[in-house]
Design a protein around this ligand. Structure first.
Ligand SMILES: Nc1nc2c(c(=O)[nH]1)N[C@H]1C(S)=C(S)[C@@H](COP(=O)(O)OP(=O)(O)OC[C@H]3O[C@@H](n4cnc5c(=O)[nH]c(N)nc54)[C@H](O)[C@@H]3O)O[C@H]1N2
Ligand SMILES: Nc1nc2c(c(=O)[nH]1)N[C@H]1C(S)=C(S)[C@@H](COP(=O)(O)OP(=O)(O)OC[C@H]3O[C@@H](n4cnc5c(=O)[nH]c(N)nc54)[C@H](O)[C@@H]3O)O[C@H]1N2
Ligand code: SF4
Ligand SMILES: [Mo]
Length: 858
């Protein structure tokens, strides 16, 4: 089987993948991002490329339509809205998961031909604060770092980054470097203990948004101790005195850290020459995100720890093409190719090159404001591409209602049922990963090809082509006459050439003669180029700027809701949710709560917690853990209305934004929390996809079908009818066991001796092995054994999945420990766990430690 060289469609590490039409997936040993490694999500790509749930035909008002009908309608509605209400009355909301070619075309159509800048993207929720911070400091949005720097650093500081779960292959590269050089130090700064903290020498459990106080404290400490690099700042940096004065005015106690913790960190940073500070959403997604970025950059600039190998700030990008989106100018306040929207000369270059009738002159609406404008009726036509704002924006209930108010909504997606598609008039089927061609840029500015290795399914078409066809129907055919992605890439590179006289960091000349078909992963401006090596930056005077940043006064709500990601899911789960293997790690929405807070609100293990704010409420399972500090909650962002009832955590988060970048503060909502007083709890395993309407429900894929966690506030009178309706099995033989003493009900539905559904319900959270129950669906296990909740004796219950790659459960790990596996490596030898992607190694280490404690106590 011949394999195609392509790039992973998930995170910004941008790993090379060798993929085959039969579902074969391997890490590409030649790709400089991963050298053959993959994480659990990448390794499971083969399981998510089936056509199950795909959008395969255009749909107009819920009915299949042909492309001409759908595209004519889109063009006509956008044209009419522009004619009647002006170009500002239409908007695109795009995504860092579009390919560069798609993104370039969307941006060109909106900014150069429609003539407004109402195109913003989910990168606003992701990278906007980093972009703004870079621009303030460097005069340009440059990420100077490379992955090799991480391996060369003597100190890596991870701020607001759960690298172990979110950039697993980078985490593994760092872990390997630390193995080779045990003197390397790693400090993790996060209000929550995460899998990443487990690798770190020190975890600083900072107060939410305490980061400015911390980095200001560091700067003041170094200024006081004579640790700054005056030779560097004198020649290359402005604003030094102001930034130091502001830093001295900060109170390090606002970090919530103890004096000895602060001192140890300050001393370590100050004495280590080669420091890399990696930061991500704990920094960006904040009401003071841009200031946080500059507080970090200040420390690097003040010490000259930038522009040299093994040093520098490193904002890691989240999505596969978050960086490419920034390059093509996908945000509402950027133009194209790192040119400035508010600079008339830049606009002229772009307009001349595009030969366009108009060009936007003012920034457009940014994500949160864009949907607010929808709510106010100002947007008459909206096109959402490759993103799911009804789930991923803060105050998602209001956003969904706002989208529903827009007179004409188009979505382009690969999946049919999404929370946003449910609100659209026209659905356009896009080709997905494996079916389309183009380029993506990863966190270290490396442009790699995504290549098709599968045919386009149904009527699906690539995003760039859909956009170009609409542009043509709006009368702009000449400027959008692309035949293939290579044409667009060539134009994008040529625009860079046309703007070569404008000093910028972006320089694509290395791609000028590239053979698109054979293109190998290449960094711009050149492989191994070191930005700022000669101390030249991009402000007009060639200097960098330190920014005086002031630590915010922090409110102390009863609970601060922090949100983020799980190891094995990707955002709104449209693809990862298809994999039973990936869903087995954590199969329902949960909220981490500190044990003392759990006692405070009376929550016990297995209870459901209702998190509430003035915006809305969400239900999820209590995960009682000291990993979160008192007064804080943490919930993953992944669950949608398609998979849960009341499990969308963004219905609770607030649409508060950073004043400089307009990025929403998704990590610090003020909320209250209480135990959800359910009358009953249930667990259902079944063959066919269920659509539960119970007050709480969370469905997930299993190897044998589906599972549902449920709860309700009303007594269920007729459990038999309820069980049949929940599992969609009106026929079949029913076996029911009730226990009047506990009020619990157990039920099996069998068809011709084969189990098709198993339901367990009880007034208390249901305690049965989910893995064992799921495994019995589709088997002819006798009902009596199935209802006992035990797996047949020849199949020991593996327990909740720890290693997603090899489906190794917790019980299997513990059994291996009991049999004498006393290291993560030995566990790997015994069970294979952790030997593929390694993402579960922190969990294996934690399980090992627990089990050893228990064995020692026995
Ligand atoms: N498995 C998986 N990987 C992914 C994704 C995914 O959905 N799933 N998504 C990708 C995308 S688009 C992105 S943007 C990245 C995100 O990657 P990360 O930014 O690493 O992930 P998050 O979990 O959003 O947040 C990181 C950490 O910030 C911490 N934090 C919260 N508040 C603060 C604070 O005030 N200060 C500090 N210092 N830390 C704080 C949180 O506790 C959390 O552990 O992941 C990418 N990779
Ligand atoms: N509370 C909270 N909310 C958050 C965050 C957080 O940390 N906390 N993080 C924020 C961040 S950083 C991000 S990046 C966003 C992500 O949030 P979203 O972008 O809304 O999430 P996705 O699930 O990645 O949505 C991608 C959509 O594109 C579709 N798709 C996949 N491939 C293609 C394709 O090739 N073409 C087209 N047209 N469609 C495709 C998928 O089916 C899916 O519907 O969430 C943000 N929201
Ligand atoms: S680390 Fe994992 S998700 Fe990220 S690009 Fe690599 S394989 Fe894909
Ligand atoms: Mo992101």
């Amino acid at each position: 089987m011949s394999l195609t060289r392509t790039t992973c469609p998930y995170c910004g590490v941008g790993c090379g993948v060798l993929a085959g039409a039969d579902g074969t997936i391997k890490g590409d040993p030649e790709h400089p991002a991963n050298f053959g490694r993959l994480c659990s999500k990448g390794a499971a790509l083969g399981e998510t490329i089936d056509l199950d749930g795909r959008l395969l035909h255009p749909k107009v008002n819920g009915v299949d339509a042909d492309w001409d009908t759908a595209l004519d309608l889109v063009a006509q509605k956008f044209t009419a809205a522009i004619a009647e209400h002006g170009p500002e009355s239409v908007a695109f909301y795009a995504s860092g998961q579009l390919l560069t070619e798609d993104y370039y075309v969307a941006n060109k159509l909106m900014k150069g031909f429609i003539g407004a800048a109402n195109i913003d993207t989910n990168s606003r929720l992701c990278m906007a604060s980093s972009v703004a911070g870079h621009k303030r400091a460097f005069g340009t949005d440059t990420v100077p770092g490379t992955y090799a720097d991480l391996e060369q650093a003597d100190l890596i500081v991870l701020v607001g980054s759960n690298l172990a779960w979110c950039h697993p292959v980078l985490y593994q590269r760092i872990a390997a470097a630390k193995d080779a050089r045990p003197d390397m130090r790693i400090v993790n700064i996060d209000p929550r203990r995460t899998a990443t903290s487990d690798l770190a020498d020190t975890h600083l459990q900072i107060a939410p948004d305490g980061d400015i106080a911390l980095f200001n404290g560091l700067l003041a400490h170094m200024a006081d101790g004579g640790k700054l690099d005056a030779a560097f700042t004198d020649n290359h940096v402005n604003g030094v005195a102001g930034a130091i004065a502001a830093a001295r005015a900060s109170n390090p106690a606002d970090t919530g850290l103890l004096p000895h913790e602060l001192n140890a960190f300050f001393t370590l940073w100050a004495r280590t020459e080669k420091v890399v500070t990696i930061y991500s959403q704990g920094v960006n997604q904040s009401g003071c995100g841009t200031d946080k970025v500059n507080a970090i950059l200040n420390c690097h600039l003040a010490t000259g720890r930038i522009g040299r190998a093994g040093t520098g700030p490193f904002s890691v990008t989240g999505q596969p093409n978050a960086m490419g989106g920034r390059e093509v100018g996908g945000l509402a306040n950027m133009l194209a190719n790192h040119l400035e929207l508010d600079n008339a000369a830049h606009r002229q270059v772009v307009q001349d090159f595009w030969d366009s009738p108009t060009i936007c002159t003012q920034p457009g609406l940014k994500a949160v404001d864009l949907f607010e404008a929808c709510a106010k009726g100002q947007i008459k036509a909206l096109w959402v591409m490759s993103t799911n704002p009804a789930v991923s924006l803060p105050d998602a209930g209001r956003v969904a209602a706002a989208i529903a108010k827009v007179p004409f909504v188009v979505t382009s997606d690969i999946m049919e049922k999404t929370d946003t598609n449910d609100l659209a008039h026209v659905l356009l089927p896009a080709t997905g990963w494996g079916e389309k061609d183009g380029t993506v840029t990863n966190s270290e500015r490396r442009i790699s090809r995504q290549r098709a290795f599968l045919p386009a399914p149904g009527r699906a078409r690539p995003d760039w082509e859909i956009l170009s066809d609409v542009a043509a129907r709006m009368g702009f055919g000449d400027a959008f006459a692309y035949q293939k992605p290579a044409d667009i890439f060539a134009e994008y590179v040529a625009l860079d050439g046309a703007a070569a006289h404008i000093a910028r960091d972006l320089d694509l000349s290395i791609f000028a003669d590239a053979d698109y078909a054979k293109m190998i992963p290449t960094q711009w401006p050149r492989n191994d180029h070191r930005f700022f090596a000669d101390g030249t930056f991009y402000h007009p005077d060639g200097k960098a700027r330190m920014i005086a940043v002031i630590a915010p006064v922090l409110a102390k709500p009863r609970f601060t809701l922090n949100t983020g990601r799980n190891r094995d899911q990707w955002h709104t789960m449209m693809r990862t949710g298809k994999s039973a293997r990936l869903s087995a790690h954590l199969a329902e929405p949960y909220v981490e709560i500190n044990p003392q807070d759990a006692v405070g609100i009376g929550a016990a293990h297995g209870d459901l917690i209702e998190v509430q704010s003035k915006h809305g409420r969400a239900l999820s399972r209590a995960l009682i853990t000291p990993r979160v500090a008192k007064g804080q909650l943490f919930a993953p962002m992944h669950w949608t209305r398609q998979r849960t009832r009341h499990g969308v955590i963004n219905t609770v988060t607030a649409p508060l934004t950073d004043p400089v970048s307009d990025q929403p503060a998704l990590k610090s909502a003020a909320v209250s929390a209480r135990v959800y007083r359910a009358k009953w709890y249930g667990f259902l395993a079944c063959k066919d996809e269920p659509t539960p309407q119970t007050p709480y429900a969370a469905i997930a894929r299993t190897k044998t079908g589906w599972q549902v966690e449920m709860a309700g506030e009303q007594d269920v009178g007729d459990w038999e009818a309820q069980g049949r309706s929940l599992s969609g099995q009106p026929g079949g033989d029913l076996s029911v066991q009730t226990d009047p003493a506990t009020g619990s009900v157990r039920m099996a539905i069998m068809n011709n001796g084969v189990i098709t559904a198993l339901l367990f319900a009880s007034p208390k959270p249901v305690v049965v092995s989910r893995t064992a129950i799921n495994a019995m669906i589709g088997t002819n296990t006798p009902a009596i054994l199935a209802l006992a909740g035990r797996s047949p004796s020849d199949q020991p219950d593996a327990g909740a999945t720890v290693c997603a790659c090899f489906s190794v459960g917790r019980n299997s790990v513990l059994a291996a420990v009991a049999r004498g596996a006393h290291s993560v490596t030995a566990l790997g030898d015994a069970t294979c766990a952790g030997t593929n992607c390694g993402s579960c190694k922190p969990e294996l280490a934690a399980l090992l430690a627990q089990a050893q404690l228990r064995l020692a106590a026995e």
